[in-house]
Design a protein around this ligand. Structure first.
Ligand SMILES: NC(=O)c1ccc[n+]([C@@H]2O[C@H](COP(=O)([O-])OP(=O)(O)OC[C@H]3O[C@@H](n4cnc5c(N)ncnc54)[C@H](OP(=O)(O)O)[C@@H]3O)[C@@H](O)[C@H]2O)c1
Length: 333
């Protein structure tokens, strides 16, 4: 089959090309083989290709097939979506617990755009930061794949959302999916602007940090506020060192949330997270956000990753791997 195989980490994303490789072997009896129709591009893929992610030290080392999120058709002809290493390929094998049925009102491309991002953001906001109706949340990295889910989850439970972005088009997009206020982090003193947007200028109740800006986040929190660290998309590998007195002065709580590891240690908790998120999906409260540019076939993975690196994309960029797969096998009900 064809796939984007990483036999050595690349320094230039434009060097990524599809090549012939063996289909993945069966590892356990719970494995399912999925014919991939769509794959999503994420920040993690960009780091994995270059060997810059913490997992590249032990868990994800060459040779491996790139890509972490997919939608496709399983062996029973059902439309499924999910996560697992190796999605930039014609087929993938994953444990059946890593897939979910595509909701009837979504196409495969839409399900692929949501992937695990909805569950990650739900877990971070609801299970970890305990966000509640009537509160205000600040979302850093609001226009990205995780951020667009975080905005909609917060709105679904009746929370005021302040979204932080670095581009006008992205600002319009996040308003379109429910953000109440938009702040541009390219403007000097954007944290003060956030404070002015909160009740009594006291700060937000919760910060969702997908970019790695904890000190800025703490500046925007109210006394005894909560901050959840989800990712470091804005750091380019140079992780921030946080001054501990910032945590103490406002008596804030700083949490981390690692979705994959949580799932390995506490599968039941992660199931609850998925169930909570999918309930919102079934109630029609979550809209997939697909970046406007079309990427066709594995040969476009490299261009899509470059667009992601240059921060042109918003929501999720999606590559169509097999455009006929979805309609040919399982019509949308
Ligand atoms: N904790 C977990 O379990 C988990 C799971 C999946 C992913 N992650 C991590 O979460 C992070 C976000 O993932 P994603 O898939 O949402 O990434 P993404 O789709 O690439 O989005 C990243 C966002 O960060 C913003 N950004 C980039 N540089 C920035 C900067 N210097 N300052 C402020 N904002 C900046 C970008 O928006 P602008 O263009 O507007 O700046 C973009 O919207 C990544 O670090 C990823 O590795 C964590």
């Amino acid at each position: 089959m064809k796939a984007i195989l990483i036999d050595a980490f690349v320094s230039n994303l434009s060097d990524l090309r599809p090549q012939n490789t063996k289909p993945p072997p069966r590892k356990s009896e719970n494995d399912v083989e999925i014919r991939i129709t769509h794959a999503a591009l994420s920040h993690v893929d960009m780091l994995y290709a270059q060997g810059l992610h913490q997992n590249n030290r032990r868990h994800v080392v060459p040779p491996f097939i790139l890509g972490t999120e997919f939608a496709g058709i399983d062996e029973s002809g059902r439309r499924v979506f999910g996560g697992g290493l190796g999605s930039f390929a014609e087929t993938i094998r994953v444990d059946s617990s890593s897939t979910r049925l595509v909701p009837n009102h979504w196409t495969n491309a839409e399900a692929c755009a949501v992937g695990a991002s909805g569950a990650v953001s739900y877990g971070a906001l609801i299970s970890v930061a305990n966000l509640k109706a009537g509160e205000t949340v600040l979302i850093l990295g609001a226009s990205g794949g995780l951020g667009v889910m975080a905005i909609q989850i917060a709105k679904a439970i009746g929370v005021k959302v302040i979204a932080v972005v670095g581009d006008e088009e992205k600002g319009e997009m996040v308003r379109g999916i429910g953000a109440d206020e938009v702040v541009d982090y390219r403007r000097e003193g954007w944290e003060e602007r956030v404070m002015r947007l909160t009740e009594g200028e006291e700060g937000v109740d919760v910060v969702y940090d997908g970019v790695g800006a904890v000190e800025s986040g703490i500046k925007c929190l109210k006394y005894r506020g909560r901050l959840v660290v989800v990712g470091f998309a804005g750091r380019g590998g140079d992780i921030e060192k946080v001054r501990a007195n910032r945590v103490l002065l406002k008596s804030v709580a700083v949490y981390g949330y690692r979705f994959g590891e949580d799932g390995r240690r506490f599968p039941e908790r992660t199931k609850q997270v998925w169930d909570g998120f999918m309930k919102m999906v079934d109630q029609g409260k979550i809209k997939p956000v697909i970046y406007k540019k079309k990427y066709e076939g594995l040969r476009d993975v490299s261009e899509a990753l470059l667009d992601l690196k240059e921060r042109r994309t918003w929501g999720r960029a999606i590559v169509t791997i097999n455009g006929h797969g979805e309609t040919e096998v399982a019509p949308k009900l």
